[in-house]
Write a protein that binds this ligand. Sequence first.
Ligand SMILES: C[S@@+](CC[C@H](N)C(=O)[O-])C[C@H]1O[C@@H](n2cnc3c(N)ncnc32)[C@H](O)[C@@H]1O
Length: 208
Amino acid sequence: MALKDVGNKVPIYKLKTTEEVMRYYDEWGEEDKYNRDMVDWNYTGPKETVEVIKKYLVNKDALFFDAGCGTGLVGLQLKKFGYENFHGADLSQKLLNTVPKNLYQKLFKIDLNKRIELSDNLYDSVMCVGTFTFGHVKSNALEEFVRITKPGGLICFTINEGIYIEYGFDKKILNLSENNKWEEIEFFKSDYIASKDVNAWLGLYKVK
Ligand SMILES: C[S@@+](CC[C@H](N)C(=O)[O-])C[C@H]1O[C@@H](n2cnc3c(N)ncnc32)[C@H](O)[C@@H]1O
């Protein structure tokens, strides 16, 4: 069976460089357009990932790093279930400016394709939702997520099905398992943006 051509489903998937992607988000964040589109598209990434992590992370004081936090949809979802301590990171200052006040204790404007300038073993959990997709953040970021997560901490992410193999996420995930850096807790195909016929792999991994 031929693979689904996911790259045609959403306009942003055509963009190749970080600069193009950032220009797109800077505009998309205006007048709440990104958030409104996510409601219209029934984007379920934040809800699906938080539903998975809340089964395993019972400590409501856990400190989260939300990688590619955008407008803060993951923080809002985590807050619904009683979590309170979030740091967010994104490269679009315009999107960071739209994050609801006091939702995250810290917001970092950083490029997640580069080394994350934070110390090792800092977070109880890293969430990365919607950010492993066409032209966005590459699989090396997973190594950085492992580094900044405490031993026993949890990393929960989505990977757009259209880039999972093309961008080498399959190999990176396997490599981290084989090198005893983490162990798989859950890994399955999630709905994600089912209204656009785009699904994502959803993973939850425990850092060794
Ligand atoms: C689809 S949005 C997801 C936002 C949020 N996590 C959500 O689920 O609504 C992808 C996010 O990745 C960010 N992003 C893309 N490339 C990035 C990079 N190289 N470094 C940091 N953030 C990046 C974008 O600015 C955008 O906020």
